[in-house]
Design a binder for this molecule. Structure first.
Ligand code: NAD
Ligand code: 3PG
Length: 527
């Protein structure tokens, strides 16, 4: 008998399959304190949560029998995914079930902020009939900027089109073809920021998207712009927004999510221009039923050893295959992650060629891992080995894998190229016996770099002194260089430098390097 603990309120209708399963005992204990959870988790085979329960490394370590954690919703920020992976615990989420509800909530917030509905409601219920203070604006013919054009962002855009808004959309995976199909205009963040009357964000919260809209962006916005965040707290910088509201630049803001939840002493919440809801995007009967059904079915499959699809963290690969491919997982993911960081434009095609001893094994788990490496840079931790090919397909990214007898002198070699709307980039890596993973080729430059830590990838003209000048800028900014590799095509021609540095390099330092006459481009890469 499997024991399943449900520690956040889930739809009873949605979990019916679990309740009816003859081989499962379900215990529903919502409002457990963190120490209560630690005390009981050892008895359970699976844990089901929404976003309230904090599934920390400590909880996972105490869950000696835990095989799966199910998240009835999209975001898994309350679950320590790395710790779960290390403990072999599958983390399942339900990414599709609350899309419509959250899109509708975002649109409701957009309309409410346009017409000051919550403020007017409050005034009237407080006893004042005030028809002067709440003049709003129409949506008709206004420009809506949608940043993050995935499931929810694209549903919001559909609704905006019905209200005759002009939609500008930015998403690293958005293609011209899909934009045309959806009747939206592809735009950069900068174009959205300068042209939109309303801006709504629908990205995950990642290193890239934290404070995506901050002081600089607010400065460029139209006077009287309105902003909406029903995605994750922190995508819009709350401090910068506060200043922009006080200065009159932002006429209104609608937030469902906050940098700290629940928000305590958050000055934004008291502002009359601000409308807020307590993370209610997915709180509808329908969404809660959908996500609970999805996650219950998946948890049953994991517990019963059947194939499942929405695992956030683990590949579903037979043990004998796993044994042979496992040593290459890290290299494969890092090659993908590397290309995601150096390439510019929307990804259209990913091609992988395996050579040497890799031609003798089933390499499909490695291709999935490379896809995960490319996609997760933009899509965040939601991408996993299992869903990466589906996510690539849904974004119309074609994936080719092949084996080649040309070993180029290596006992094993993985060559990955990414074709985007703007360029094609290639990286190749190998595992050297006793030395671990190495990047051995970038585009047509040979190199030898361990793919780990903070790297600076510099594309430059091969001229005397350029290496020294880059080193001087880093040194004078207290950035220590651990290793450095240089590759070039011809003497005096194009060249690359790869520097491993001991800490992240700020935008300002990158700009200083980029301004040197010999430098074509400089990119910081975090592997
Ligand atoms: N308020 C709520 O209750 C609620 C409910 C569900 C989802 N969410 C949140 O909404 C967000 C969107 O969810 P979704 O289901 O649409 O996810 P999704 O993965 O379908 O879409 C996210 C999109 O963001 C894009 N993206 C990533 N980095 C970007 C960047 N730097 N700039 C522009 N776009 C970028 C991705 O390419 C992707 O297409 C997530 O943060 C999710 O956690 C909130
Ligand atoms: O990521 C999600 O699915 C949403 O933020 C909803 O979270 P909730 O289940 O706590 O409402």
């Amino acid at each position: 008998m499997f024991k399943v603990l449900i520690s956040d309120p889930l739809s009873t209708f949605g979990i019916q399959k679990l309740l009816d399963a003859p081989d499962v005992e379900v215990v529903q204990q919502t409002n457990l304190s963190p120490s209560d959870l630690l005390a009981v988790i050892g008895e359970y085979d699976a844990l089901l949560v929404r976003s309230q329960t904090q599934v920390t490394a400590e909880v996972l370590a105490a869950g000696k029998r835990l095989k799966a954690v199910g998240r009835a919703g999209v975001g898994v920020d309350n679950i320590d995914i790395d710790a779960a992976t290390q403990s072999g615990i599958v983390v399942i989420n339900a990414p599709d079930g609350n899309t419509i509800s959250t899109a509708e909530h975002s649109f409701a917030m957009l309309m409410a902020v346009a017409r000051n509905i919550p403020q007017a409601h409050k005034k009237l219920t407080d006893g004042t009939w005030d028809r002067k203070s709440f003049q709003g604006v129409e949506l008709n013919n206004k420009v809506l900027g949608v940043i993050g054009f995935g499931r929810i962002g694209s549903e919001v855009a559909k609704r905006a089109k019905a209200f005759h808004m002009q939609v500008l959309a930015y998403d690293p995976f958005l293609t011209e073809e899909r934009a045309q199909k959806m009747g939206v205009t592809m735009a950069t963040v900068d174009q959205i920021v300068t042209q939109a009357d309303f801006i709504t964000v629908h990205t995950p919260l990642t290193k890239e998207t934290r404070h995506l809209l901050s002081t600089n962006e607010f400065a460029k916005m139209k006077q009287g712009v309105r902003v909406i965040n029903c995605a994750r707290g922190g995508i819009i910088d709350e401090k910068a927004l506060y200043e922009a509201i006080l200065s009159g630049k932002v006429a209104g803001a609608a937030f469902d999510v906050f940098e700290q939840e629940p928000p305590t002493d958050n000055p934004l919440i008291g502002l009359p221009q601000m409308i807020v809801t307590p993370h209610l995007g997915a709180s509808t009967v329908e969404a809660q039923e959908n996500v609970a059904i999805d996650v219950s079915e998946e948890i049953l499959k994991v517990l019963r050893g059947q194939p499942f699809k929405n695992a956030v963290n683990l590949p579903s690969v037979p043990a004998h295959v796993m044994e042979r491919v496992q040593p290459y997982f890290t290299l494969a993911e890092k090659l993908g992650h590397f290309l995601a960081q150096v390439s510019v434009g929307s990804v259209q095609e990913i091609s992988v060629t395996y050579s040497g001893e890799l031609t003798e094994i089933d390499i499909s788990p490695l291709t999935r891992t490379i896809l995960k490496g490319v996609l997760s840079f933009h899509l965040g931790e939601e991408v996993n080995y299992v869903n990466a090919p589906i996510l690539a397909k849904s974004r119309e990214i074609s994936v080719n894998e092949q084996k080649s007898s040309q070993t180029k002198g290596f006992t094993n070699l993985i060559m990955v190229s990414v074709k985007t709307t703007q360029e094609t980039r290639m990286v190749a890596g190998t595992r050297l016996n006793g030395y671990g993973a190495r990047i051995v080729k970038i585009d047509d430059f040979s190199i030898d770099v361990a793919p780990e830590g903070f790297l600076l990838f510099v594309h430059h003209h091969d001229r005397p002194g350029v290496i020294g000048r880059v080193g001087t800028i880093l040194g004078s900014n207290d950035v220590n260089i651990a290793t450095m590799q240089v590759g070039r095509r011809d003497v005096g021609g194009e060249a690359i430098m790869m520097l491993a540095v001991d800490k992240p390099v700020s935008r300002d330092i990158l700009d200083q390097i980029g301004e040197l006459a010999e430098i074509k481009s400089v990119t910081e890469i975090d592997l």
